[in-house]
Design a protein around this ligand. Structure first.
Ligand SMILES: Cc1cc2nc3c(=O)[nH]c(=O)nc-3n(C[C@H](O)[C@H](O)[C@H](O)COP(=O)(O)O)c2cc1C
Length: 261
């Protein structure tokens, strides 16, 4: 069983174009997979996420005090237990939607500790006529910082330009091609960018040192909260992102067993 979670930064709910694009992509992903697929799509009208308070506690303590007060803890659990993650946003004023930005701001700690290693992330966007590329590039960058492999993206214009929404045949073949690449990665193994490998190496060296320090002075755990989370993820036992991916790679569904938040 492969699990997909799609977080859609649109409040249009059932009428959301971006949700529709996610549904169609998930359909194509399911076509070529031998295993069963379970998928959950959540649009922004169904989540309640408070804005970041800029307290910096996530970076220092490894935890966000707000997580228990809104839907963030539940969303983090869903992301950690998924095999494939769709981060999807409409273009609003030439950028991602405010709801998607609020969600990503609250995941800022994850940009430092890469908890999504071993998962596939897919940026998805719809727009009327422009700036879908900017949104896709940004969502891809965020997914990769969080450790996911992002081999494909899906974007569709609604009104002008290369209009795919509403053109069923073209949209189907476009999404089928994307799904094929994902299915191939699931079979052959995930790939990572040079930047991901470099960032992993730097963070691993830093956090391992901090963990040694914490063995001597445990009271500093609230200062080195990121290193504590690195340790809880089990990353300090490894020397490369590839080793972790081979242990927790989605084909092994190794991550479902533990929950760190
Ligand atoms: C507030 C707002 C701002 C928008 N800004 C842009 C824009 O800058 N460029 C663009 O191409 N489309 C823009 N659109 C159009 C949406 O991106 C497009 O209709 C999208 O498919 C909506 O997705 P949804 O149905 O999932 O909400 C905007 C729509 C809204 C409501």
């Amino acid at each position: 069983m492969k699990k997909i979670i799609a977080l859609v930064g649109s409040r249009a709910g059932a009428k959301s174009h971006t949700k529709e694009l996610c549904e169609k992509l998930i359909h194509e992903l399911g076509q070529g997979l031998k295993e069963e697929l379970s998928a959950e799509i959540i649009t922004a009208d169904r989540w309640h996420i408070n804005g970041c308070l800029s307290c910096g506690c996530c970076f220092k303590e490894g935890l966000c005090a707000q997580d228990k007060k809104d839907d963030m803890a539940a969303i983090k659990e869903k992301l950690l237990s998924a095999d494939i993650i769709l981060l999807a946003s409409p273009v609003f004023a030439a950028n991602i939607s405010g709801d998607m930005k609020t969600l990503i701001d609250r995941l800022s700690l994850w940009l430092h500790i890469m908890p999504l290693i071993g998962k596939i992330g897919i940026p998805v966007c719809t727009a009327s006529s422009n700036h879908a590329n900017r949104v896709i590039d940004y969502l891809k960058e965020m997914l990769e910082y969080m450790g996911a492999s992002a081999p494909v993206s899906a974007a569709a214009y609604v009104d002008f330009g290369d209009v795919l929404m509403g053109d069923e045949n073209n949209l189907k073949s476009y999404l089928k091609e994307k799904a094929g690449i994902v299915q191939q990665q699931i079979k052959s193994g995930l790939s990572f960018t040079e930047k991901q490998e470099r960032v992993f190496g730097l963070q691993n060296a830093k956090f391992k040192k901090q963990l040694q320090f914490l063995e001597l002075y445990p009271s500093f755990q609230h200062t080195f909260g990121e290193a504590v989370q690195w340790n809880r993820l089990g990353y300090d036992k490894y020397d490369s992102i590839h080793e972790i991916a081979s242990q927790t790679f989605i084909t092994k569904s190794g991550r479902d067993q533990y929950s760190i938040w």
